[in-house]
Design a protein around this ligand. Structure first.
Ligand code: SF4
Length: 328
């Protein structure tokens, strides 16, 4: 499978009045052509910051990439200028967000918004293409709906419009940042199904960012579990959901409601809070919340450990189990 995106050792920080926050701390992941890759983790773990860094959408005033590289279709795009990134986003990469209402201009019609950035074709052709895309994402009566304003669409329909707008440039890579979080479950399922169909029909690669393991399980091929600015486990959906290795991944899965669970049983939770990323972390970032924590976890950052071909974990536990003794 051809690699579309390769992110290596990416670190991103933010200047704040308290000091510099290390929001992303050495993230590695890749996306193949036509692949759907998930990034999952709780709020503040750095998943959206990673997505924004790849798309060149970090806030200019207080963010910085402190290390690593982002390569898109074989080209290093880590430090492209704003104009170069804008051109890339208009043609080869696109992004959709959690709340489509904040991304749509309330005083312009959908048709105006879909066609305003199109160059190189006549206005009439751009209009026809926009109608075709609205139909493609399941908006009925698309010709008429081009004249409607965003508030005249439901939440699910607005997200379909955002997807259609993202498709105008025929992107090779689509970042979907919590695309279904603001939607009810039936509409959520429809949007995920639409993304899966677009991947199949257009060979488009998708990075799906979500805090919701159910959303990730539904359409992703591979999953990266993020915690405190790092990817702590990566594997296929089968690996992550059926053979999780990292205590954080296990905790996330245990906290999901299950059909076979007794009604009066409380859902397990992951106690404690993530570390403050203002400060350097010497050992494992999960140590204060981990039921399996050992002395080594306090003192040394866990090494990446290969479980199988595509399944790796950053945790001392499987290393200790394998070696049966001291791990450092
Ligand atoms: Fe728990 Fe140690 Fe593994 Fe961290 S390295 S997740 S503290 S067992």
């Amino acid at each position: 499978m051809n690699e579309i995106l390769s992110v290596k050792d990416l670190s991103v920080g933010f200047h704040t009045y308290r000091g510099d926050i290390k929001a992303v701390r050495g993230v590695d992941f890749s996306v193949g052509e036509g692949e759907i890759v998930g990034i999952v983790g709780e709020s503040g773990c750095g998943k959206s910051v990673t997505a924004h860094a790849v798309m060149g959408l970090l806030p200019k005033e207080n963010s910085f990439i402190s290390g690593g590289t982002i390569s898109f279709m074989g080209k290093n795009i880590t430090h492209l200028s704003d104009n170069e990134m804008t051109a890339l986003r208009g043609s080869s990469m696109a992004m959709i967000f959690q709340d489509p209402m904040t991304s749509l201009n309330p005083v312009l019609t959908i048709g105006q918004q879909m066609t305003e950035g199109i160059t190189g074709v006549s206005k009439g052709d751009a209009w026809k293409e926009a109608i075709a895309l609205l139909e493609r994402v399941g908006i009925s009566n698309a010709k008429e709906r081009m004249k409607a304003y965003p508030h005249q669409f439901s939440g699910g329909m607005r997200q379909r419009v955002m997807i259609a707008m993202a498709l105008m440039g025929k992107p090779k890579l689509l970042f979907a940042d919590e695309p279904t979080t603001a939607l009810d479950v039936t509409i959520q399922a429809q949007i995920l199904e639409l993304l899966a169909v677009l991947r199949r029909d257009m060979r488009m690669s998708i990075v799906l960012v979500s805090h919701d393991l159910g959303v990730i399980a539904r359409i992703c091929d591979r999953v990266n579990v993020m915690y405190a600015g790092k990817i702590v486990e990566t594997g296929s959906v089968g690996d992550i959901f059926h053979k999780p290795q990292h205590p954080y991944t296990k905790g996330l899965l245990n906290s999901l409601p299950r059909m076979d669970m007794a009604g009066d049983k409380e859902l397990p939770v992951i106690n404690g809070q993530p570390p403050d990323l203002l400060y350097d972390i010497q050992g494992c970032s999960f140590v204060s919340r981990c039921p399996y924590a050992m002395k080594v976890c306090d003192e040394h950052c866990p090494k990446s450990h290969i479980i199988s071909d595509n399944h790796t974990v950053e945790c001392w536990l499987p290393i200790k189990t394998e070696q049966g003794g001291d791990v450092v």
